[in-house]
Design a protein around this ligand. Structure first.
Ligand SMILES: Nc1ncnc2c1ncn2[C@@H]1O[C@H](COP(=O)(O)OP(=O)(O)OP(=O)(O)O)[C@@H](O)[C@H]1O
Length: 429
């Protein structure tokens, strides 16, 4: 029976670390000077018990992402971008300073999440003297409360799923003891976390240290698991080859703890083109994006104040004019559509008075009957009113964004075509 899938959503994750700046013994003479320097930031950077000042480092800054059921979300970025830290936050290993994680639109319950998820670390931590089968059996015994027969059939199924039948009886090994290959060892590490059949699998660099064929085999296996068993897979990866990249459903590009892109690989290439970057032939888009991180970051910085300005522009004189225009349109429409009702009512009023006074029916019956007769017309009227209004408002918002964006870009000295491209990028954001 298929388990219910898990959609993971992270919103506004911020993770900060504090590192101590150690004072050297020779800093005694310059101590007075140093204390003067840090005095201004002391409220932010509180010293430790030895009065060593702390420095703040934002490892993750307002990171949002969504991983859907049956899909692979790959977290990419240069070394030190914050990939492992973000995975640790998702796996509940570390607590972010702010932000929330939701599983199927509900706030995550840590104890339950541990049961429905598996976290594979970057390093394989396995007993070198145990065989593949023994390792998985050991993990199964620790995590599952099943009869021995069921346990062994579960392990056999998993070995098959991992494609490890040919090495089931071989030792794991390590640097000193010769054992199975690096790729096979990675599969065993994944298997250890899969034994309880989790809905979510989080993997930190599952392909690190592997050749491209073994790396592709691992990602291919993960893709099959995601599709056939509705598992949500979130993994970090350094520089995947083209064939691996094609297996990812979405990409989260991180740099210095901030998101530069979250979406499909096709959207990433479109973004790069809109940024005016020429994608060289036969070049991996992800590799190119990582190489162009400085440019993407710069563009994002210039785009941010513009989007803030757009919102501001909707609040200025032009925005007020638009609102007055909208009010006038609504008023005119409502008045013109209701004025016809008045003469009809005046005509019927006398008959109504006569008939209600002689007790033929009550006023309430007249109101109900009248409403029922007019209801279909009122619905048509509402539709005629709301349809153009909806598109008018949408057009206005779109036009406003483009116009204000273009104005800012012109002020910054960008040309017409370039300005349009940038505006489209803002829309994508
Ligand atoms: N506990 C910590 N103490 C000091 N620095 C830390 C700590 N945790 C994270 N960092 C720093 O935060 C940054 C992000 O680290 P992280 O391991 O998440 O990067 P990464 O993208 O996974 O890198 P890599 O691809 O090289 O594994 C790094 O610069 C790291 O030095």
């Amino acid at each position: 029976m298929k388990k219910q899938g898990c959609e993971i959503e992270a919103i506004g994750i911020n993770y900060t670390i504090y590192t101590h700046k150690r004072e050297t013994p020779f800093s005694f003479f310059s101590r007075k000077q140093h204390h003067k320097c840090i005095k201004g930031v002391q409220e932010l950077e509180k010293g430790d018990t030895n009065n060593n000042p702390k420095s703040i480092r934002h490892v993750l800054k307002d990171v949002n992402c969504r991983a859907k059921t049956g899909e692979i979300l790959a977290i990419v970025g240069p070394s030190g971008a914050g990939k492992s830290t973000f995975l640790e936050v998702l796996a509940g290993k570390i607590e972010p300073q702010s932000g929330s994680i939701f599983v199927n639109q509900k706030p995550v319950d840590k104890a339950r999440f541990k049961k429905i998820s598996g976290y594979v670390t970057q390093k394989d931590t396995l007993f070198p003297l145990l065989t593949v089968e023994e390792t998985l059996c050991f993990s199964a015994k620790l995590r599952l409360k099943l009869a021995p027969k069921e346990l062994s059939s579960r392990v056999k199924c998993l070995i098959q799923e991992l494609g490890l039948e040919h090495v089931a009886g071989a030792r794991i090994g390590d640097d000193r003891i010769r054992g199975i290959s690096g790729g096979e060892r990675r599969r065993v590490s994944i298997g250890v976390e899969l034994i309880h059949d989790p809905g979510v699998l989080i993997l930190d660099e599952p392909t690190s240290g592997l050749d491209s064929t073994s790396a592709l085999q691992i990602i291919d296996m993960l893709k099959t698991m995601a599709v056939t068993r509705d598992r949500t897979i979130i993994l970090s990866i350094h520089q995947p080859c083209f064939r691996i990249m094609k297996l990812f459903n979405s990409i989260l590009l991180l740099a210095n703890g901030t998101i530069l892109h979250h979406g499909t690989i096709e959207q990433l290439s479109l973004r790069l083109i809109l940024l005016g970057l020429d994608l060289p032939f036969h070049v991996n888009i992800l590799e190119f994006a990582i190489e162009s991180i400085d440019i993407i970051q710069k563009q994002n910085h210039t785009l941010l104040p513009q989007s803030a300005l757009m919102i501001k522009n909707s609040d200025d004189l032009v925005g007020a004019q638009a609102r007055v225009g909208l009010f006038a349109f609504i008023l005119t429409y409502l008045l013109s559509s209701t004025t016809e009702a008045l003469p009809i009512f005046l005509q019927e009023r006398e008959i109504l008075m006569k008939e209600t006074s002689c007790g033929s029916y009550r006023v309430s019956s007249y109101v109900i009957a009248n409403s029922l007769v007019y209801l279909p017309f009122l619905l048509i009227l509402a539709l005629l009113f709301s349809t153009p209004l909806y598109w008018m408002c949408l057009q206005y918002m779109f036009g406003m964004c483009l116009a204000s964006g273009e104005q800012v870009l012109k002020e910054e000295g960008y040309g017409g075509e370039e300005s349009r491209r940038k505006n489209l990028l803002i829309m994508m954001n």
